[in-house]
Ligand binder design. Structure first.
Ligand code: FES
Ligand code: FES
Length: 160
């Protein structure tokens, strides 16, 4: 099946199998930040933005994304300049092995761009990232990074 995907601002025409997941299609395009964890929509490691909305790409068919704009963490930095969310994750030491990080960065980016700003409570932040499993950090530094991303008003990136 032939589909068209815009990934990080670049349009791709590609042929995919009927059962191919969006995750497989994105990795085939070189987006190796899109991780294979549970493969069942439970861990959040494969989260990308589809038309601005966080989506676990392991349980979305590539054909369902036909014509849509997808963002992965590969597209968030501008050259050497990291996005504010990426910077907040580094400054708060919000990762160890990093397996969960690309998905969390994309969910946090969507939250920041939603205009919620800094008014989310800790409980709301924890609920907002509850679809992401992290086996390393204990979550506290991740919550700090998300809070800082939101309070910085990180919805300032160009939307692709
Ligand atoms: S690999 Fe997609 S949610 Fe776990
Ligand atoms: S940093 Fe290792 S799983 Fe989150």
């Amino acid at each position: 099946m032939n589909i068209s995907l815009t990934v990080n601002g670049k349009r791709h025409e590609l042929e995919v199998k009927p059962g191919e997941s969006l995750r497989e299609a994105l990795r085939g395009l070189g987006c190796t930040s899109v991780k294979q964890g549970c493969g069942a929509g439970e861990c959040g490691a494969c989260t990308v933005l589809v038309d601005g909305v966080p989506q676990t790409s392991c349980n979305m068919l590539a054909v369902q994304a036909d014509g849509k704009a997808v963002r992965t963490v590969e597209g968030e930095a501008k050259g050497e300049e990291l996005s504010p969310v990426q910077q907040a994750f580094i400054e708060n030491k919000a990762f160890q092995c990093g397996f969960c990080t690309p998905g969390l960065v994309m969910t946090t980016t969507a939250l920041a761009e939603s205009g919620r700003g800094g008014d989310m409570t800790e409980g709301e932040i924890r609920r907002a990232i509850s679809g992401h499993m992290c086996r390393c950090t204990g979550y506290d530094p991740i919550v700090d990074a998300v809070r800082e991303s939101l309070s910085r008003g990180c919805g300032c990136r160009d939307k692709k």
